[in-house]
Ligand binder design. Structure first.
Ligand code: 6PG
Length: 232
């Protein structure tokens, strides 16, 4: 969906988000949302902070996290807390940050995977179904911390793995975990994303070079775009 400007993208993201929250709580008594990092989602998170919602029934996760402390300026957790989570009455236990304190990304990835399996009550072979997963896309076609030509792209038997950006470790949802979501929403803004977008939407294309092509959920997939032209 091509939106006229950033405000249009925020409003549409809010519309879908509020609708999915209502549906999830009605159907299952709670709503599980995984947030994207980066800059595009910030104004959307700020807008959500102004909503009056049953926060006790909403659980917040992250689709990826830089391997830094939660108070580091690069932390996706810090960004979401400052723009949204710390401004609403979300119970502490409803916020599920990716751990980054073990000084061992694989160990933290395994710990978060265990936390997700416990929370969703799913066994080893199964993938939980998040109600909503928000994603961004980089100019190289990456999403979450699934970067081109990295091992993380092919992990199919885990929920969480270690992504690599320029050799910097990041924790990330795996492709199958994202694709098991009930609803995935990409928030993409800026002409610098056009080339990657064209490749992601092309009939034929290389999944390893443009990882966002791998995101093909069983549930709903929304692309909320602004500052680009709709791919052919
Ligand atoms: C991160 C994000 C990453 C981001 C894209 C787009 O941790 O940085 O999860 O995947 O969504 O890089 O970032 P922008 O929205 O800032 O363009």
């Amino acid at each position: 969906m091509l939106l006229s400007d950033r405000q249009g993208l925020i409003e549409e993201a809010q519309r879908i988000c509020l609708s999915k929250i209502g549906e999830a709580i009605e159907a299952r008594g709670q709503c599980t949302i995984a947030l994207a990092g980066g800059s595009t989602p910030k104004p959307f998170y700020e807008a959500m902070a102004a909503q009056n919602l049953p926060w006790g029934k909403i659980h917040i996760f992250w689709g990826d996290e830089r391997y830094v402390s939660p108070d580091h300026s690069d932390s996706n957790q810090k960004m979401a807390r400052e723009t949204w989570l710390d401004k609403v009455s979300l119970p502490k236990e409803n916020i599920h940050p990716m751990p980054t304190g073990a000084n061992d990304p694989e160990k933290d990835a395994a710990a978060h995977e265990a936390h997700l399996r416990e929370f969703f009550q799913v066994s080893e072979e199964k993938f939980p179904n998040f109600d909503l997963i928000f994603l961004g896309m980089g100019g190289d076609g990456h999403t979450a911390s699934l970067f081109p030509h990295t091992d993380a792209l092919t992990v199919s038997d885990r929920l969480i793995t270690v992504g690599k950006k320029d050799d910097q470790p990041r924790l990330t949802f795996t492709v199958p975990l994202i694709n098991n979501a009930r609803c995935v929403i990409f928030l993409v803004s800026g002409s610098d994303k056009q080339a990657a977008l064209d490749q992601v939407f092309a009939e034929e294309g290389d999944y390893m070079t443009y990882p966002s092509r791998l995101i093909q959920p069983e549930g709903e997939l929304w692309w909320l775009l602004t500052g680009v032209e709709l791919p052919e």
